[in-house]
Design a binder for this molecule. Structure first.
Ligand code: MN
Ligand code: MN
Length: 468
């Protein structure tokens, strides 16, 4: 059957977006599933920003990356990394061109919304040992009750000792728990607004219930918990003062659906882009422009802190690269930055058919359609958006077309429904062109987020194409 004139014209002129699964060859489909398995393995090792750094560093060491601190001078093709206080990781593959001609940077964040312990957490109430918490990042608090939680973190002691803790991930480990009322008794709570259904000070973690066996003392359950912690880690109550202890869902990453097309896991915002960009970096060999990958911390609370993207710690890394690459002259970092281009690799809100009224059909990030290019984020009238220049987006389209990357253009939900921002701002402040491009996620910031395997694989191909 010959195509009509209209059919031919439509094919030529329309933006014909197609579901990414439909265009896969049998071989590519296998690749997509294999990559997803490897990603899920990574997620199960790395649930916090610190574990993202240690797990990723191990992968880098196995792939010929060296610690920049142990390298005196750099040559084209060299692969190096730099750890910022165990919480952020920067990597580089040195290009054949001078760095001052510009860097290609992909930046993702390893931190995810979670429940942190307060610095005086442990108390006893009615013979329950409980822990006071302070949530980190934007969570819908009611979602974090009645699920198994695991504990991850570090306790630093004045004598310089640093104790890593991890409970609840291994087979046989206990887990932790935040309670909620049964429906039989929730009549008063049910009249609260959903956003106040469970309040911040109600996110108390159950940590034990056996009293220490001594009739003469009070707070026996608390004492028994401290005894266990002292035996296991050598700590006392005051050591919580200098600790960072994070509670995250104890769930493992799993395939979702009869066809196993989706991934359910905690922390995919933004560990999905961490993994895709890390894997892309491993395949960058002898690039023209120096390729940089950043796995930053503190994105979820505003890019702040010494390990966040606003910190000049990133400049320290670039200066070190310039020095060791023989390009150390006054103001060269400004020149390097102004010639650089960045993909802010972060997730977008995936279209959810059950809650379709939050989205605008024509510009929604649909799962299965590849990576989403988000030209701007922000709220209301693009407030606080770091809008990417059209010319840069055009060049990204060229790169994606050349590398057979599936992509769509998207924005974060309906206008005036809400909004958000990314670390794109911090790179723009440094004089770099930057665009947001990542994987769509359904139920973002919940304890168990949903992505599509075909999108995760396309993110990897997108970042690889850009960095190469
Ligand atoms: Mn994010
Ligand atoms: Mn987020």
């Amino acid at each position: 059957m010959e195509k009509t004139e209209g059919e031919v014209l439509k094919e030529k002129l329309f933006n014909n977006r197609r579901n990414g699964w439909e265009d896969l060859s049998e071989e590519e489909r296998k690749e997509v599933f294999k990559f997803a398995d490897e990603y899920m393995f990574y997620l199960n090792q790395a649930k916090t920003e610190k574990e993202i750094v240690t797990t990723s560093k191990d992968i880098l060491l196995k792939n010929n990356f060296k610690d920049l601190k142990e390298v005196d001078s750099l040559n084209p093709g060299d692969k190096v990394f730099w750890v910022n206080r165990g919480r952020a990781l920067y990597m580089a593959v040195i290009g054949s061109e001078k760095m001052e001609n510009g860097l290609n940077i992909v930046a993702a964040h390893g931190d995810s919304p979670r429940i942190d312990l307060k610095q005086n957490p442990l108390y006893e109430d009615n013979e329950f040992g409980l822990l006071k918490t302070h949530y980190y990042g934007g969570i819908r608090k009611y979602q974090w009750t009645t699920i198994p939680l695991s504990m991850h973190g570090v306790i630093a002691k004045p004598n310089g000792e640093r104790i890593n803790v991890s409970v609840g991930e291994s087979e046989g480990d206990p887990v932790f728990y935040i309670t909620d009322l049964p429906p039989h008794l929730s009549r008063a709570q049910d009249t609260r607004k959903l956003s106040e259904g469970v309040e911040g000070e109600e996110l108390n973690i159950v940590a034990g219930s056996i009293p220490y066996d001594d009739k003469k003392i009070s707070e026996k359950v608390k004492l028994n918990i401290l005894r266990i912690l002292n035996e296991k880690y050598g700590i006392k109550e005051i050591d919580f003062t200098s600790s960072e202890i994070e509670f995250v869902p104890a769930f493992k990453a799993k395939s979702v659906g009869f066809d196993e097309s989706l991934i359910g896991a905690y922390g995919q915002d933004d560990k999905v882009c961490c993994y895709a960009s890390l894997r892309a970096m491993l395949e960058v060999n002898n690039p023209t422009k120096t390729a940089i990958c950043v796995l930053t911390d503190k994105e979820e609370i505003g890019f702040v802190g010494v390990t966040g993207m606003e910190s000049r710690s990133f400049e320290r890394f670039i200066v070190e690269l310039l020095e060791k690459n023989g390009e150390s002259y006054p103001n060269n970092i400004e020149k390097t930055f102004s010639n650089s281009r960045v993909i802010s690799a972060d997730v977008d809100a995936g279209y959810d058919p059950t809650f379709s009224s939050a989205f605008e059909n024509y510009n929604a990030a649909r799962l299965g359609y590849g990576v989403c290019i988000c030209k701007y984020t922000g709220a209301r009238g693009k407030s606080s958006a770091s809008e990417a220049p059209a010319e840069f987006v055009a060049d990204l389209r060229r790169i994606y077309d050349e590398n057979n990357v599936k992509y769509v253009s998207s924005e974060l939900g309906r206008v005036d429904k809400g909004g958000g921002g990314t670390i794109a701002l911090t790179f723009a402040n440094r004089g770099m062109e930057v665009v947001d491009c990542g994987v769509p996620v359904i139920s973002m910031h919940s304890p168990y987020e949903l992505t599509s395997k075909v999108d995760v694989y396309n993110a990897f191909k997108a970042y690889r194409g850009f960095l190469k």
